[in-house]
Design a protein around this ligand. Sequence first.
Ligand SMILES: C[S@@+](CC[C@H](N)C(=O)[O-])C[C@H]1O[C@@H](n2cnc3c(N)ncnc32)[C@H](O)[C@@H]1O
Length: 264
Amino acid sequence: MSANDDTRKSEIRRAFGRAASTYDNAASVQRAAVARLFAFTRALPPAMPVRYTLDAGCGTGQALPGLAVRFPHAHRIALDFSAAMLAHVRTPGVLPVCADIERLPFADAAIELYWSSLALQWCDPAAALAEAARVLRPGGMAWIATLGPRTLYELRTAFATVDEDSHVIDFFPISHWLAAAGDAGLIVAAHAREPLHDLAADLRELLGNIKAIGARSVGDGRRRRTLGRQGWQLLQSAYEAFRLPGGMLPATYDLILLALRKPA
Ligand SMILES: C[S@@+](CC[C@H](N)C(=O)[O-])C[C@H]1O[C@@H](n2cnc3c(N)ncnc32)[C@H](O)[C@@H]1O
């Protein structure tokens, strides 16, 4: 891993750490993604009894109760590289592990069900899926929800009228994820794109939600200057172009759903 990658990861970890106490109140899109991923994978179970489930990038653990219902006899591992996020995992009977999704501290073929919801967009797809493939038992499944390039396109478009800085991280298209899955030796059992929308009365509230879950823009080209009064007014009026007939402002999340199987 390069020094740049290290810095970037530390920034992401710090941003999520700062958001740990506000996350649950603001994470309606993340809750909806968890529900969609459970529904999407209903007919795609692992090929064997599940002894271990891993929630990779578990955050405060929103998926853990659902995983307990789905796999009542499995040991549940909750993994996140933010200790502050892990400290908010309240579900009993879960093993918390503070580690990097791209370097999992588990033996090969140790896990039957790999789950990850809205965490892998912060990772290198090749590294994350290679690790998922390594720790999965043959016949095991990876159920993944991540984000595609239309995520926050309203915000990206509105900011483009203000300056040339990068305000929204770049998201990989689904084709990139499918190719990375193949390269990692995983079979794509199913994939889908299902957009989700956060709705708010105004832009301040929409941006507040993004900040409260820790998903700030992080990366080399990110903005370092403050917006200023005039910039903020420009941004607000550009975002008005997206106001819905019902009166609310939307923020789109381009949800990518993947069900990947490790060949038996
Ligand atoms: C948007 S939150 C999603 C949390 C949870 N999966 C949910 O559905 O609510 C993303 C989480 O991924 C974690 N994360 C991001 N990159 C990671 C990495 N490389 N290794 C471990 N955790 C990571 C963050 O710390 C954060 O808690």
